[in-house]
Design a protein around this ligand. Structure first.
Ligand code: SF4
Length: 933
């Protein structure tokens, strides 16, 4: 009997009750209940579910409703969940489920497969890995940083062998593109995240470039509850989105002009005297003095021999002289920094220069954004701009920023301008204020587990002590440092040593992007030099050392995609990867519980246990503040394995095959000796970690030692309660970046250490930095936020594609779930304005070809007046194989990056894992469409 039919077989009939009653009773019969969740990229994830098991199979799941009230007067988080989660069990035996190891039997992508044993698959994979090590070095074994299952523990553990061998891992951040570069440029971190219940404290909640009704289903209730609490809701976006429908005020902004709107709001704040002057003085670099001759900050290195490059100055209006800006604190200690005026400063050589505060330069720049002028650019009426500015100035304002800005060509400028709105109005570092992005962290056990020299918590305590000592040493070396800054600095060093790379150079050399990125018409027309000139300067300046381990002429040989779907995700899609990268790869391995498009183009597809079939923890986020267990409530189906089991089997096999060919050790690029005999023992700590439950239990206990989970928490207690609230931040960079005390009975709003304790930011200037005097930023005219029109990515065509997370899937997971398919058209669609449709003779439901200079795709038209003329919306997540020719949206995206994001060597503008780096653009791609037969 098949899994599907067994699960749906009615129980034995009893008595004479009617059929409907029997069916109803049947639904409420189960043998066991476990805790489950869906540790995927449905950020912020972590919905605790009860999973009901009957006859050894999952019968159904439901939201647990088990969160307690955190802060009196603030609604709890119940009942967290969404429709995908409520039908997740359908995927256990969906048609795309992979149950056995499969080996390609025809050409890649031809769809011909041969079922093989695990032993055969592992043998051939291990041999290919050893060939790669011997022929091209271990870095030619590549694992793409798969976000498909959200960077969960099991996926991280799956990389154990590749990491140990010295392989290459691409940075998850660049793979998923959920990076807000403008937030990073401003704050030295991109990840301020309030807990979702803190939305309740906002008086003005602005959804900007975001659609939380689709993308934050479990948490959107806080927006409506904030409204009951008196908050006003505003949506800023180009289309009348499902989120716009529910707000008090919809502000339709022309696509790509958000910076002009934000800067116009800033102009009104300045013009009408609404600026929070004390906030600006101590939180930002706006009082810092800039030399008018060089347009660079006045530095100690200018005014004295041997002075610091990172010591800056303000003009103290009270003392009437130029004084050093404090570095180790934001506190002004009696100094009253001027925001206006010009002053004279003596330099080390005895000459004098004119200097002026950044704020004065900003005021000049904002002149171009008077509402009447900005309105012509952004399409928002001057009255609305003024109204918005006055509301923001007077209310506790939170801007719920999405990731659309970061995926736009000049999204960094949009985000810097939005941060400026918050700065001028004093809107961060208190409840109900600030902006948002994403952050993980807090589950320190996950990191400690792999850093420990031995099993057990004694070893954990030693590692924690060593980490703390390292932090203290780093802080002692720089009195202007803090935990957060020291961790960020240590992170830079770590990124250089590890196998993780910012993949921009890999794409550039090996995936065909060099040619695309050098096309002048797809770059900022104001870019003064060719793209390659910036690449060469970045390389010769050694800004990306460590990320260049696969240089030109040295492509990867073996590629693993574990839990993700590279051929759907990559901007430029199959166009680039199948054409340029695939022919260079000797072996492509996909491990997944379902057959994805990437799997279809792989050489081996290995069956992974699904979410209810393995022990896992959802990746943790300050949004929710909980560690959430997703347990093994049923055994893995068929021959599927958890990623940890796979890792251990692979370790054994690599060791066995290495011994057979006499390859016992080699040196990696850093000169370290890697031994292959004893690989399994090294990974399992001599067998202690052979059991998956032990590994997860160890991580939980390690977190207790690190102080981030309550005393007594174990895997066993997690199995009783399902989730537990974190007690502290620990030492992971994204957790410390929150910079607020974590309290057991309060909602969390980030940056309170900056406003209340006056702790500096991890930027070059130690302030929220709006002026970037890096030579490239000056060259680009982007030293201050400015509006720039995006280039015509894809060619000179009249329509611009926007999109975002769909309501119906998590990435491409659930796009084939039959329950979810029945809640929409069941196939990919493009939303188009009726005027645009009529002009092209397109009727609702007809198939259209969307095309540009890059490629084309065929898709169903959904004609809707919610879309503005000139815009087309294609929500992401569709599997390429759901399209004709398997040609999906990513195929019409050129995959451009903004050259400025290759800048480095400047304070916080340098690579560290999951932070500053170029990410590909996919918003506002230019296309045309026409009806096809
Ligand atoms: Fe929650 Fe994500 Fe599961 Fe939906 S899919 S119920 S958002 S964890």
């Amino acid at each position: 009997m098949s899994r599907r039919s067994r699960r749906r077989t009615p129980a034995a009939r009893s008595g004479s009750s009617p059929a409907w009653e029997r069916r109803y009773r049947e639904r409420w019969r189960w043998d066991r209940v476990g805790w489950g969740s869906h540790c995927v990229d449905c950020y912020p994830t972590n919905c605790p579910f009860r999973v009901y098991v009957r006859d050894g199979l999952v019968a159904r799941e439901e939201q647990s409703g088990s969160f307690r009230t955190i802060e009196q007067g603030v609604p709890d988080m119940n009942p967290a969940g969404c429709q995908k989660g409520a039908s997740w069990s359908q995927l256990l035996d969906g048609q795309e489920r992979v149950l056995y190891p499969l080996k390609r039997a025809g050409e890649r992508g031809e769809g011909k497969w041969q079922r093989v044993s695990w032993d055969q698959a592992l043998t051939e994979i291990a041999d290919a890995m050893l060939d790669a090590i011997q022929d091209a070095g271990p870095e030619s074994i590549m694992r793409v940083g798969s976000p498909g299952e959200g960077g969960t523990q099991s996926i991280i553990l799956a990389g154990a062998v590749m990491n140990r061998l010295g392989g290459t891992v691409t940075d998850i951040q660049a793979e998923i593109n959920d990076f807000n570069p403008g937030l990073y440029i401003t704050f030295g971190k991109f990840d301020p995240v309030a807990s979702v219940d803190d939305w309740f404290h906002s008086e003005l909640l602005i959804t900007w470039a975001n659609n939380p009704v689709f993308s934050a289903i479990p948490w959107y209730h806080y927006a409506t509850e904030a409204r009951y609490n008196g908050a006003e809701l505003v949506t800023i976006g180009p289309d009348y989105s499902p989120s716009a429908i529910h707000t008090d005020c919809f502000v339709p902004v022309r696509i790509g002009s958000d910076a002009a709107l934000a800067l116009s709001i800033c102009q009104v704040l300045v013009e009408e005297g609404l600026v929070d002057r004390p906030f600006v003085q101590d939180q930002t670099d706006l009082p810092f003095l800039v030399r008018t001759d060089t347009r660079r900050f006045l530095r100690a290195s200018d005014v004295e021999e041997g002075g610091r490059e990172d010591q800056f100055y303000v003009y103290d209006a009270r003392a009437g002289r130029i004084v050093e800006a404090p570095r180790g604190t934001l506190a002004l200690n009696g100094v009253d920094p001027a925001l206006e005026g010009t002053y004279r400063s003596r330099l080390a050589d005895g000459s004098e220069v004119e200097v002026t505060p950044v704020f004065a330069l900003l005021r000049q720049r904002l002149e171009a954004y008077r509402p009447e002028e900005a309105s012509k650019v952004c399409g928002v009426s001057p009255e609305v701009i003024r109204l918005l500015a006055r509301k923001i100035a007077r209310r506790k304002t939170r801007i719920l920023l999405g990731w659309t800005t970061g995926k736009s060509y000049h999204g960094d400028l949009m985000e810097r301008a939005i941060c400026l709105v918050l700065a001028l109005s004093g809107n961060w570092g208190s409840k109900g204020t600030g902006t948002r992005s994403w952050a993980v962290g807090m589950f320190d056990g996950m990191f400690l587990f792999s850093a420990k020299p031995a099993p057990g918590q004694e070893a954990t305590a030693q590692v924690v002590a060593a980490q703390r000592a390292m932090l203290e040493a780093a802080k002692a070396a720089d009195p202007g440092s803090t935990d957060e800054i020291a961790i960020a600095e240590l992170g830079y060093a770590g990124a250089r040593m590890g196998g993780m790379i910012a993949p921009a150079l890999f794409w550039y050399y090996h995936c065909g992007y060099r040619e695309v990125w050098n096309r002048p018409e797809w770059n900022d027309p104001a870019m003064p030099r060719p793209f390659d000139a910036y690449v060469q300067e970045a390389l010769s300046s050694e800004w990306w050392v460590g990320s260049d381990q696969l240089p030109e002429g040295k492509p990867p040989r073996v590629l693993f995609e574990i839990g993700g779907n590279l051929l759907r995700r990559q901007r430029g899609g199959q166009n680039m990867l199948l054409r340029y990268l695939w022919p260079k790869l000797r072996l492509i391995v996909s491990m997944d519980w379902r057959m994805s498009t990437t799997g279809l183009y792989s050489d081996f597809v290995l069956p992974a246990a699904q979410h209810y079939e393995k022990v896992n923890f959802c990746y943790t986020s300050p949004h929710v503040m909980n560690l959430t267990l997703s347990d093994r409530v049923v055994p893995p189906a068929g021959e599927s394995k958890s990623e940890w089991e796979f890792s251990l089997m692979l370790a054994r096999k690599v060791e066995e095959r290495a011994k057979a060919r006499g390859l016992l050790e080699y040196q990696n690029r850093a000169g370290m000796t890697i031994r292959l005999d004893g690989l399994y023992d090294a990974i399992t700590m001599n067998g202690a970690y052979a059991d998956e439950d032990r590994v997860m239990d160890e991580m939980v206990r390690d977190s207790v030692v690190a102080g981030t989970l309550p005393e007594g928490t174990t895997l066993e207690t997690m199995r009783e309660k399902g989730h537990v609230r974190f007690t502290d931040w620990g030492v992971s960079p994204m957790a410390l970046a929150q910079a607020s005390d974590l309290k057991p009975d309060e909602t969390h709003s980030p940056f309170r250490w900056h406003t209340e304790k006056k702790m500096p930011f991890p930027t070059l200037t130690r302030r929220a930095q709006f002026y970037i005097d890096h030579a490239w930023f000056l060259e680009a005219g982007e030293e201050l936020p400015v509006h720039k029109e995006a280039p015509s990515l894809g060619g000179d065509y009249p329509l611009a594609i926007t999109g975002g997370h769909p309501r119906w899937s998590v990435n491409s997971m659930n796009m084939t779930n039959w329950v979810i398919l029945n809640t929409h058209r069941g196939r990919p669609f493009v939303m188009v304005n009726p005027q645009d449709a009529e002009a092209r003779g397109i009727e609702n439901g007809e198939t259209v070809r969307v095309y540009n200079d890059v490629s084309s795709m065929d898709i169903e038209a959904k004609v809707s007046p919610t879309v503005r003329p000139g815009q087309v919306i294609i929500y992401n997540g569709w599997e390429p194989y759901q399209f004709r020719r398997w040609s999906d949206t990513s195929n019409v995206e050129p995959g451009m990056v903004k050259w400025l994001h290759l800048a480095g060597g400047y304070g916080h503008l340098r690579y560290r894992a999951m932070h500053w780096q170029p990410i590909p653009i996919d918003r506002a791609i230019r296309v045309e469409m026409a009806k096809v037969g």
